[in-house]
Every structure is written in C-alpha cells, then in structure tokens.
Write a protein that binds this ligand. Structure first.
Ligand SMILES: *Cc1c(COP(=O)(O)O)cnc(C)c1O
Length: 378
C-alpha cells in the first residue's frame, strides 16, 4: 500500500481563478499588463488596509531587485541582510554588484537580531562604509521585531526592505506585514500562502516609488513615440493571465490564513506530548503569524540526529515531505566571502529545525496520517 505524497505546501485554488483568466482570453489581454493586473493590485492594497501603492511584478525576487535599485544601492555598496532566509532575499544584492553583510537571528522570531544589527552597523560605519539598506525577513510568516528594527533604521537613517514573501496575512501590532518597511515585497510563487503560479509585488507608501518601479519593470521607456531609453530597464511586470489567478486567490486569502493557523493548532496538540520538541509560537500578542509553515526544533544536544531520523522516516516510510529550516546565507558556498555578524543561533536552528506539511488544502485523512506517522516515529 503506497500512500499518495503529502507535500509541505502546495497550491490551493479557490475556484474563481479561471473566471478571471477566461476574461483575459475573451478580451485578448494576454500581455504583461491589463485589467487583471490593475484589479489584483487594488485587491492587495485593500487587503493591506494601509494607504499603500502596489506594483505587481513577475516575482518576489524581481520586487527585491527593484527595491534595492530604488533605495539607491549601487556597485560596491554594502547591504545588511538577515542570514537565515531563502537565497532570493540575498541574490538581488549581488545583481547590483553590491555586497551583502549577513546578520544572525534571535531566538524568539528566528529573524534579524536587533542587537547584532546595531553592532554591525556601527562596525561598518567605523570601517568607513555605511550600509545602504537593511533586508529584514518575516520567516515562515512570523513577523520580525519590527519596533526595535525600525528604531535602529531611523536612528542610522538606513531604509528597511521588508521581505514579506512568506508573511502575507501576518501582522505586527495590528499592522499588516507588507506595509512595515520603507519598501516591502510580496511573493506569489507556487508554494506561498496564495499563488499566481509565479509572481510578486513591490509595496510602497509613496506613489512616485510605485510609478518608478513600474517604469523600470517595463523596460524603462521614456515618454516618446519611438523607443527611447535613458535608463537600464527590466522585464519584470506581472502577466495579465497570472494576475487573473491572483484575483481569484485574493478572494480566499483570509480563509487560507485561518486554515494555516488551524494546521498550527493541530501541531500544537500533536507535539504537546513531546517536551523536547519545541513548536514555533508567537512570542506575545503583538505578533500575529499566518503560519505559512509550521516549524519545530528538537531542543536537545542530539537534536540534529533526532531531526534527521524523523525527516527521513517520514519521507521514506510514510511518503510525507518535511524539510530542514533554511540554511543560513553565511554558511552557503556562494556567499563564503561575505561579512557575517553574530553567533550560532541561525546555524543551530538549521541543524535542529524542521518544516512540517502546512498546506491549507490538507485533508482530515492526511492530517490523521501525519499524526499517526509522527507518533510511530517518536
Ligand atoms: C519565496 C521567497 C522569495 C522570492 O520570491 P519569488 O517570488 O519566488 O521570487 C524571497 N524571499 C523569501 C523569504 C521567500 O520565501
């Protein structure tokens, strides 16, 4: 008896996506602009509640790249970046020819440690170069320590690029993630809480920044009857077809957040009987996570071996996908020359942590399979 695979996080359509895609076909708006792109941007703006402007783009990575450009990051500049994250947070720094400076995580949210952040800023300034931007990430949907990081960003006058790729639907102190940075980015890749199959967005409070982002994302065409260019442009706009999927997904986003949070409740009950396993929780009532992924850490000296045991048996014997937490960027071969500030918090999380199946489309039977499998292994 071979069970079907249980995935970490897979696309979950609401039902109306194809209606918007059909409208695009009917009107022949099969292009990287059109009514669905505009409507999708409006729906995101509305959802985020703040007075923000949204530019829908081809990916979260593209949004990060444009955010760095608009923050004025150029060749040989330094950009501070959370080490524990997906490589897409850091790669665009290299696209600009700039240098990432990686920072360790703190233990309550697993995100940028404000104390180490300030220490690093002081040290880089003492060495002769003030960092141009701070890339902070809400990992697995858990908001970073926003008040502390914003205070440092303002004191040293360094803008925050908020990587909210995993945190659409999360909030900090009642404010939606995706509105907390000087520049904010979202992702709609296939495994995120909602998807356009592939896509992203830049969110800003400044209409002029949005207009500049759209200008750069559509090959930087000057206002002329012929093709005239005074800037290097990019092909980063979201297609009207993908945006149609996004319009349908926005109708169910609130429900998706509820469902992911229920999956997290399920894991809280499941792991209550295993004191050496720590389920990632919100540190206090300021933090509201979409729990894009539910995650655990084996809080013992042999946590790595125990984590690997659970991961491999779930995969090999039960056909259940889990995955170690993100491998920190300062440990990645491609960034081995980059500066790093901190200790071993991120490294330890990587060694001992595990992401669990968290999709909003997990059925009762699948949850029961996970429960039985986990209990059998542990
Ligand atoms: C997914 C992700 C991105 C990149 O988004 P894409 O749309 O896949 O380019 C960036 N940062 C983080 C933290 C992510 O999880």
């Amino acid at each position: 008896m071979k069970n079907t695979k249980i995935w970490l996080s897979s696309p979950h359509m609401g039902g109306n996506e194809q209606k918007y895609v059909q409208q695009a076909f009917d009107a022949n708006w099969v292009a990287p602009l059109g009514p669905n792109v505009n409507l999708f941007e409006e729906k995101i703006q509305e959802y985020l509640k703040e007075d923000v402007h949204v530019a829908a783009l081809s990916s979260g990575t593209a949004a990060l790249h444009l955010a760095l450009i608009l923050a004025g990051v150029e060749r040989d500049d330094e950009v501070i970046c959370q080490s524990m994250t997906f490589s897409a947070s850091a790669n665009p720094i290299a696209y600009q020819g700039a240098k990432p400076v990686f920072i360790d995580s703190e233990n309550t949210t697993w995100n940028l440690d404000p104390n180490i952040l300030e220490e690093a800023i002081k040290d880089r300034i003492a060495k002769g170069k003030k960092p141009k931007a701070i890339v902070a990430v809400h990992l697995y949907g858990m908001p970073y320590q926003h008040s502390e990081i914003k205070e440092i960003s303002e004191r040293y006058e360094i803008p925050v690029i908020e990587d909210s790729a995993e945190a659409l639907g999360s909030s900090y102190n009642g404010k939606m993630c995706g509105t907390l940075g000087d520049f904010s980015i979202l992702s709609f890749n296939g495994n995120k809480i909602i998807t356009t199959s592939g896509g992203g967005a830049l969110v800003t409070k400044d209409k002029e920044i949005k207009d500049k982002a759209v200008f750069l994302a559509t090959q930087a065409r000057d206002n002329a009857p012929h093709y005239q260019h005074s800037h290097i442009g990019y092909n980063y706009r979201l297609s009207n077809i993908s945006a149609g999927i996004g319009c349908g997904q926005m109708e169910v986003l609130a429900e998706r957040v509820k469902q992911r949070r229920m999956i997290h409740e399920f894991y809280r009950e499941l792991f209550a009987d295993f004191p050496e396993i720590k389920l990632m929780e919100e540190p206090n009532e300021k933090y509201h996570s979409n729990f894009w992924l539910s995650t655990i850490v084996f809080d013992t000296f042999d946590g790595y071996e125990k984590r690997e045991h659970l991961r491999t048996v779930l995969n090999n014997d039960f056909n259940i996908e889990t995955r170690p937490l993100w491998k920190p960027m300062h440990m990645q071969p491609v960034f081995e020359k980059a500066a790093y500030y901190g200790g071993e918090v991120a490294q330890e999380l990587f060694m001992k942590g595990l992401c669990l199946p968290s999709g909003s489309n997990l059925s009762e039977e699948e949850l029961e399979r996970i429960q039985n499998a986990v209990k059998a292994v542990l």
